[in-house]
Structure formats: C-alpha cells, structure tokens
Ligand binder design. Structure first.
Ligand code: ZN
Length: 420
C-alpha cells in the first residue's frame, strides 16, 4: 500500500483490530441499534520513509459525520480551561485582532467563537456536524458556519489565520488535504495552526484506547513537519499541548517553488533517512523524536498483549468478587476500550458529563450512557477513567455525589503499583 502522507510504497502492518464500530461518537437511541452498528477493520501500517502511521484498512464510506456526531469535550472544566488558554495564546502569538479566521473541522464552533470574541475577529467555520440549533449569535458577533466539509470548492474563502484542530487524524489522504489548503491560500500571508493527537505517546504508552476507526491517520512531530514542508508550508515549530496528549504545528506559507528549508527533503529518501531534519531546524522536530517514535512502534505489539491480559484479569477479578465497574468517558476512548477488550456485562454503564449524550448507547457494545448523578443509583465499586487528565475532576465529582469507588485510569498498566 502507498503511504498517503509521502507517496512511497510499502507500509509495514504492526497492529490489527477487527470488527470495530466505524463510528464512536454517534448518538444511538436503542441498544439494538448500538449493537448492530456497522463495523470495519483496523490494520495500522508504519511508513519507514516518512514515519507516518495509517489504518490501511480504512474505508471512508463507512464513516458518518452529521448532526448525530457528538464529540465535544466542552462540558469538562479541565477542557474548557485548556481551550480558553489555547485561544488566548494563539491570539497573542499571531496578533489575531480584527482578522479573518477560518476553522476547518470546527465541530460545534466553541473554539472559533473563543478566537473571534477574544480578538474581535471575524470567523468562518466548516463542519458537517455543526448544529445551528446549539448556538445563538451574540450581538456584534461576526462568525459564520458552513455545515459541510472544507474542500476545493471553498478555496475563494479568504483567511488570515487557518485553524484545524483534531481533524487531520480523521482524514485518510493527508497530503492531498493539506495540499488543497495550501493551494487555496495561494500567495496570502496567512498562518496555519493544526492540532492532532500525539501518536508518539500512544505508541510509547501503548494507549490502545486512542486507536479507533475514525482516526485513520496517526502523526508524530516528524511526519507532521514533513507533510507541511513537502506541501509548501514553512513550519515554525511543533509544540506539545494538553499535557502532552496533542501536538500542534504552526506554519507560514513557503514562497512557491523555493525555500531553503526544502533543501534535503527528498521524496525518494524521506525524512527518516534524509538529512532534511538537520537542515530544517524546526523547533520540536528532531532525529531523536523520529527514533523515539520508531521504537514505540516496535514496542507496541508486545505491550498491547500485556495490557489486554492485565485488563482481562482485572475484569475477571471483579466478576469473582461481585464488584460493579463503570467506565467514565463515553466517547471514542470508551468505545475503543470496551470493543478492544470485548467487554459486555463486566461494565455496568458508561458515564459522561456531556448531557447531550445521556440516555444513548455505546456503538458496538450497547452500554447505556448515563450522567454522573445516576451513579447514586448504580453505586459502582470501581470507576475506570478513560482519560487520565480528567482523573482529579472526576474524583471530586464522585466525592460530591457521596461515592467512594476505587478509581482506575486506562493508563494503568501491568506492573504499575500506583495510579497515574
Ligand atoms: Zn510515508
């Protein structure tokens, strides 16, 4: 298979997960519908040329991004703080005042509104899962939403700043997509900001809960910088965000047909072997980070086996002792955790603080999604937190509910004596 990020041939498959739901954020109204949800396969391939990881079995026809897609983390105070802080930093760093901001994959539009409000900017957001009924424009607000995928047909949309958060990992043909944006921007002096999960962490920690069908493209700082460089951008740096869970690239336009930083980028040779890394001098991107990523790929398969055994044993132990467990987090991580481990009755339900998800069912396994309040009746003995970053927030919430279950996080691994 040809690498969609660099065009070279021969991706090495290193991880498979069969029969997983093709969507993990969709709202499903009945248990039957959830159990019957369409399934697809994951076969992660590693490109030794550019360091990219792709689901080689991905079929975009099996995905659905519509108003039923409920992905927002905006109900979590931890996430809100991160969002506000990120918006403020971008406004300050790029002088975003009185500018036009284009957001590709804006979801329900929360972040674009923050960027526009904070700097009196005008905004245009694209997302097929945008919901017009969720937002009432404030007086003086100048933000427009388009309920569609961004594509070539919108290339006349002018922008001073292009923001694309948690979207590129959903796109299979990454080079084609970033190339489309570059061509649309033409000679404009726009800056771009792209943020995605950091696969270096996913591989190194064997975070299997972060591997699911909608995410067909997995980046490290090196493969991300390589993509932007070869598609005509001038990367300013790759930064870690959200406690190291995300990476973000910022870039200018490279003058077309030139750019000293392109010296040494040889599509035949690729970043892992070429000397462009030394020449490029991009903060956050180094030969050491390329090596760290490659070694994470090697350690992933055996670590995955150990983790599966670990969780299966814990679940069996719960069964033996009659202990009731729930997961906290009904989004993609939750779906991946349940389906990868093949959990059914072992988990009583999935908890989520997003009220728009309550009463619905988890695709694939059919677990019911409940609000935190309902735990007063469920009375779990064990809460498994799907994203460790929310552990403190969840602990406080359980305390307020008068509950004292054992709290585990999905980051827990064989040999961990303590909690993380
Ligand atoms: Zn490649």
């Amino acid at each position: 298979m040809t690498c969609p990020n660099c065009g070279s041939s021969g991706m090495r498959i290193f991880h498979r997960a069969g029969n997983v739901p093709t969507n993990s954020c969709i709202l499903l109204e009945t248990r039957a519908e959830a159990l019957a949800y369409p399934r697809g396969d994951i076969a992660l391939g590693f490109c030794a040329t550019c360091g990219f990881v792709s689901n080689t079995a991905f079929d975009p026809r099996l995905t659905e991004y519509s108003g039923r897609y409920e992905e927002t983390q905006g109900f979590s105070p931890t996430f809100q703080r991160f969002h506000h802080d990120l918006a403020e930093r971008l406004i300050a760093r790029f002088g975003l005042a009185g500018k036009v901001i284009l957001e590709i994959g804006c979801g329900k539009g929360e972040f674009l509104l923050l960027l526009c409000k904070g700097g009196r900017n005008r905004g245009i957001g694209f997302d097929p899962s945008y919901r017009f009924d969720r937002h009432t424009p404030a007086p003086g607000e100048s933000v427009r939403f388009v309920q569609d995928f961004y594509s070539e047909k919108y290339s006349s949309v002018h922008a001073d700043f292009v923001c694309c958060k948690m979207t590129l990992e959903h796109i299979g043909p990454t080079a084609e997509f970033v190339g489309t944006i570059r061509r649309a921007l033409g000679d404009s002096p726009a800056r771009v900001f792209f943020m995605i999960p950091d696969t270096t962490r996913i591989m190194g920690d064997c975070a299997f809960e972060d591997i699911y069908y909608e995410h067909c493209s997995y980046f490290s700082p090196v493969s991300l910088a390589y993509l932007f460089l070869t598609e005509g951008f001038h990367p300013l740096g790759v930064d870690a965000e959200f406690d190291g869970q995300y990476i973000a690239i910022t870039a200018n336009m490279a003058p077309s047909g030139s750019g000293a930083r392109l010296d040494g980028v040889d599509r035949q040779e690729g970043p892992l072997r070429g000397d462009w890394l030394r020449n490029a001098d991009i903060p956050g991107v180094s030969a050491a980070s390329a090596e760290r990523f490659a070694s994470g790929i090697d350690s992933f398969p055996p670590a995955f086996k150990r983790k599966l055994n670990y969780w299966r044993e814990r679940m069996a132990e719960n069964g033996k002792r009659g202990r009731k467990a729930v997961i906290w987090g009904s989004g993609s991580k939750g779906v991946a955790f349940l389906t990868t481990l093949g959990l059914g009755e072992e988990i009583a339900c999935a908890v989520d603080i997003n009220p728009h998800r309550h009463g619905y069912f988890m695709p694939g396994t059919g677990h019911r999604i409940v609000g935190p309040e309902e735990l007063r009746e469920v009375r779990p003995d064990q809460v498994i937190v799907m994203n460790p970053i929310y552990r403190v927030e969840i602990g406080e919430q359980l305390q307020r509910l008068g509950l004292e279950p054992e709290i585990l996080t999905v980051a827990e691994s064989p040999g961990d004596s303590g909690r993380r």
